[in-house]
Design a protein around this ligand. Structure first.
Ligand code: ARG
Length: 571
């Protein structure tokens, strides 16, 4: 596909005396489409050149020579240079590209030979999979798909919380009261209940707490009874999590819990000891981080046992050795900001390569609030994710039942699943990830708002147009000229921007850039559809419009799939 930014940068570099590659990164989308297709703000050159930004823009607009390129015009408004590309050139190159690549449109190889680990989901065994875990699961999966699309060697990791002293307690509780519960029926609920109960007992009776500690020690030492129980808890929990993963179609390349790193923490402590930075403090062993303005990172508790952070350090060491990663992304809620800042700092002492050190990145995200308040475990109103997903499906099922009673039961189920799940996914990925999110059914399932269902609905519309058209014209026969009028051209421009969109979503680790794009594309197509009759008598016009519908449907599906949203064929 022709690269217009590159063409612009090439011409610019001659008058601006600035490296082409650098210039490319400064080129942006103009504030309004009337101004042009691309813009260059000139503020940043002012100091170096010693002229006002407006004057720079004016001077360059006069000096620029864009003969022989696809640039149609250059104008200056204020401190901006605005560029218009020949519509014909833009339309032709993007349609040709989609025709050639079809569903693979947007793929690139900028990530070639680079490995990105994306750690996401990571729920805790024997604890509820809560709405925060849903968010990491969805953001992580989207990032995984985005990196993969760009040619990175991408590895998805589920870092299960399956270790810690709480298992000593759970074993104790289970030992005492297993006959009172039916663990197979609702394992996570039962284990949570047992956990609450044993905790209360520990507070009353110190000797019970000792028993629990003893159990954990035994678990660490590989005692059969304790290990068997722990495995049972783990397996039962995973089975529960799998129900959610299967509804959402989530997969991992590696599922390794904290327990996997339990026997790898000794080495971490050894390495840290040798640096002389591991110091004693009130019996515990810590790395002081005062010079980094952070509280110390504890590595070893006073009783000698390791903690969450120690296992994370062991995981970094293991991953650096196993994958020699370029990036290791942790999709974890912002409550753990400090934790990650600390361990990334301590990781610098582990002797891993500078590349790996620099590649560690916490992809933080905000909380989910119900419209009526915070969804918090502590307040007791835990929202069960599996129930939430099923409710979404059943709400959509009802809507479909009313709207399209003529569909078969099978069709209704398929639509309800895709739309119900898609709506939740879109809602989670629609805003910038760091922002807190409000969950409100009326917004999530609004077929006309900026929602998943709206994108799916638009896709279905493209499909029904294509069905009416009967056959998709040949790209070679399309008169591109027909697609340069306003509404069609808005669609064309968006389609062209798709590759840039994916790159910038990866650069910022921000799936919402894709969500925004999909809404923009769906809206642009809807305007085109509302303003222009597609199946007209004039074959030339009809073919061009049908073709635009065809490529739009490809790209809507393509982008939605990046987010994990599946498209129904009817709705
Ligand atoms: N299991 C943790 C939780 O549910 C998240 C784990 C995050 N990943 C990590 N490497 N620490 O809060």
């Amino acid at each position: 596909m022709k690269n217009f930014k590159e063409q612009i940068a090439k011409c610019l570099s001659k008058v601006a005396n600035i490296n082409e590659q650098e210039l490319i990164t400064f080129i942006e989308k103009p504030k309004s489409p009337e101004l042009g297709d691309y813009a260059l703000p000139c503020f940043r050159f002012s100091k170096e050149i010693g002229k006002a930004p407006n004057d720079i823009a004016e001077a360059w607009s006069k000096e620029l020579n864009f003969q022989g390129t696809d640039i149609e015009s250059v104008t200056n408004t204020g401190a901006y240079l605005n560029f218009k590309i020949y519509k014909q050139a833009m339309a032709e190159t993007v349609l040709e590209e989609i025709e050639a690549k079809k569903d693979r449109f947007g793929e690139s190889n900028i990530g070639k030979n680079q490995t990105v680990l994306v750690e996401y989901s990571s729920p805790n065994i024997a604890k509820p999979f809560h709405i925060g875990h849903l968010r990491t699961t969805l953001i992580g999966r989207a990032l995984y798909n985005i990196y993969k699309k760009l040619g990175y060697n991408t590895i998805g990791i589920n870092h299960l919380g399956d270790y810690g002293t709480q298992f000593g307690k759970m074993i104790e509780g289970y030992k005492r009261w297993q006959n009172e519960y039916n663990i197979e029926e609702d394992p996570i609920q039962v284990l949570t209940d047992i956990y609450v109960r044993i905790n209360a007992l520990c507070k009353e009776d110190e000797s019970v707490l000792d028993e629990c500690r003893e159990n954990f020690k035994k678990l660490e030492q590989g005692d059969k009874y304790c290990v068997d129980l722990w495995e049972k808890f783990r397996d039962l929990s995973l089975k529960e999590f799998d129900k959610i993963y299967s509804l959402l179609d989530i997969h991992f390349d590696s599922i390794k819990g904290e327990a996997f790193y339990a026997d790898k923490t000794d080495e971490v402590i050894d390495i840290l000891n040798k640096t002389g930075k591991l110091v004693e403090s009130e019996g515990a062993r810590i790395i002081d981080l005062e010079d980094k303005n952070m509280p110390p990172c504890m590595v070893c508790k006073s009783n000698g046992s390791t903690i969450y952070a120690t296992r994370d350090l062991a995981a970094i060491l293991y991953r650096a050795r196993t994958y020699n990663f370029d990036k290791c992304l942790y999709v974890v809620a912002y409550e753990q900001n400090l934790h990650f800042k600390q361990i990334f700092e301590v990781a610098k002492l582990l002797g891993i390569s500078e590349k790996c050190q620099k590649g560690l990145e916490h992809i933080s995200y905000g909380m989910v609030h119900l419209k009526t308040g915070k969804m918090s475990t502590r307040e007791g109103n835990v929202i069960k994710v599996e129930e939430l997903l099923k409710e979404s499906i059943s709400r959509v099922r009802k809507i479909i039942e009313e709207k399209n009673p003529e569909l078969t039961e099978e069709e209704k189920d398929d639509i309800a699943t895709k739309v119900g799940i898609g709506a939740v996914i879109y809602n989670d990925l629609s805003g910038s990830r760091i922002k807190d999110e409000v969950f409100d059914w009326d917004t999530v399932l609004n077929f006309n708002g900026e929602t998943g269902p709206y994108i799916q609905y638009t896709y279905v519309r493209t499909k029904s147009v294509l069905k009416k058209a009967e056959n998709i014209p040949n790209f070679k026969d399309i008169d591109i000229e027909c697609l340069t009028e306003k509404d069609a051209y808005e669609v064309i421009k968006l389609l062209y921007s798709y590759t840039d969109i994916i790159e910038s979503a990866a650069e910022k680790n921000e799936p919402s850039i894709i969500s925004r794009f999909l809404i923009d594309l769906a809206k642009a197509y809807s305007s085109f559809y509302n303003e222009n009759k597609i199946i007209v008598d004039d074959k030339k016009v009809r073919d061009a419009r049908v073709y635009l519908t065809y490529v739009t449907s490809i790209v809507l599906n393509n982008g939605a799939n990046l987010l994990g949203i599946k498209m129904p064929e009817k709705m």
